[in-house]
Design a protein around this ligand. Structure first.
Ligand SMILES: NC(=[NH2+])NCCC[C@H](N)C(=O)O
Length: 412
């Protein structure tokens, strides 16, 4: 990565430019800590079969490599960063704080336990969690909390949604937004990215501005963030992303991304099936988008431009397609409706992330093979569709776009 390391690897100025580098997380032991009692709380609808899931994930990574993208794994970069003793110490403190371990004695015992693990083992704990039975703390005097929580099997909870790398952070321009997650289940994920951003030379922090920080109390998730062009960004205002967060992000982007002209805020209904904008709407080519049919009538659209009111002027718009044309300055926009024109098929396939396509070049997308009708419609509209199997991956309710965090795309 010679030159790129010098000026920082991060560069995303579109949704569709040829993908050059991408961050993934291969699902691991954290998925084996999902139990029926905690499924909903952990944002899953079913228990995936990990072995098959990992095969599917490898296939996804291979497709991206074959098409010329460098695949980096968050777990590898984090382990590299944790080689440094100071970083490791701070990381363990943050992990214990985030896990709300307050008892002094337990805090010390867990600190010692983790400090004596290898960086790789520590990474695994930070993702898969820490079971009480794996740590021998027999001689310890119990606190009240220890007695009351005795039946709970873990000291540190797993974060099984980490393979949806899209959400905890998003690269925009040459900077990164490290997001504030809406649910407790995902709260730790951005912290892992922050450690990599602050300490890994590939991210070259001094060259890469931070657009948002996960400690800000207004939630913002990457599934809602679409970089449409150098000049236009779209952000979903959704179950997961608040208007306050969009305004903070907008101010930072306007001051740091010189060419950025406007931000389109798209308000979508706050329900689980549509948790993020990218579950109903993604960009697949210069002037083509895939969309869940009917959603265009259920959204509210606002344009944010540089202005006097705290740095931003907000203009309500009436129509999504008109706004896209106007903002992107293109004569026409084609919305490709997922599901192939049948309402039942569309709803079933949307539930399995038919609309969550990942563009790896203009007009080339990765999708799940199971969404047959939606894939066919894309092809009919001139899009090259690269299919992967996702029978197990889909059980966490996310598709190829959700599972990837692009770091660098070729400029258009
Ligand atoms: N960008 C996305 N659509 N991500 C999907 C994330 C799915 C995950 N189970 C959650 O509820 O958070």
């Amino acid at each position: 990565m010679g030159d790129e390391t010098q000026r920082g690897l991060l560069n995303i100025t579109s949704e569709i430019g040829k993908l050059k580098a991408v961050f993934l997380h291969k699902p691991g032991k954290e998925l084996e800590r999902l139990t029926p009692d905690y499924l909903r709380q952990l944002l899953f609808d079913d228990i995936p079969w990990l072995k098959q899931m990992r095969i599917e994930h490898d296939e996804f990574a291979n497709v991206l490599r074959e098409r010329g993208a460098q695949v980096l794994y968050v777990e590898d970069l984090l382990a590299e960063v944790l080689q440094d003793k100071e970083v490791r110490k701070n990381f363990i403190y943050d992990l214990l704080k985030q896990s709300k371990i307050d008892s002094l004695e337990l805090h010390q015992a867990l600190y010692d336990y983790m400090y004596n693990r290898t960086p790789e083992e520590l990474v695994e704990i930070s993702i898969a969690g820490l079971q009480k039975k794996d740590v021998n703390l027999e001689d310890r005097e119990y606190s009240l909390t220890d007695y009351i929580d005795a039946d709970y099997p873990l000291y540190i909870n797993p974060i099984p949604n980490l393979y949806f790398m899209r959400d905890p952070a998003a690269v925009m321009g040459n900077g990164i937004s490290i997001n504030s997650m809406h649910t407790d289940a995902r709260r730790r994920e951005p912290m892992l990215i922050k450690y990599i951003y602050e300490n890994h030379p590939l991210f070259n922090k001094d060259q890469s501005p931070l657009w948002y920080d996960y400690t800000i109390p207004h939630s913002l998730e990457g599934g809602d963030m679409l970089v449409l062009s150098k000049e236009v960004v779209a952000i979903g205002c959704s179950e997961r992303t608040s208007p306050q967060a969009i305004e903070i992000l907008a101010r930072n982007l306007f001051s740091g991304m010189k060419e950025l002209r406007e931000i389109i805020a798209v308000r979508i209904p706050p329900i689980r099936a549509f948790m993020h904008l990218d579950t109903v709407f993604t960009m697949v080519d210069y002037d083509k988008f895939t969309i869940y049919p009917g959603i265009q009538d259920k959204v509210e659209v606002y344009r944010l431009t540089r202005g006097k009111n705290n740095g931003i002027t907000v203009t309500p718009e009436t129509d999504l397609v008109d706004t896209l044309k106007k903002s992107l300055r293109i004569p026409s926009v084609k919305l490709i409706e997922s599901g192939g024109g049948d309402a039942i098929t569309a709803a079933r396939e949307q539930w399995n992330d038919s609309t969550n396509t990942l563009a790896i070049a203009p007009g080339v997308v990765v999708t799940y093979s199971r969404n047959e009708a939606s894939n066919e419609v894309l092809r009919k509209n001139g899009i090259e569709v690269v299919e992967i199997d996702g029978s197990e991956l889909v059980r966490g309710r996310g598709g190829p776009r959700c599972m990837s965090m692009p770091l660098c795309r070729e400029e258009l």
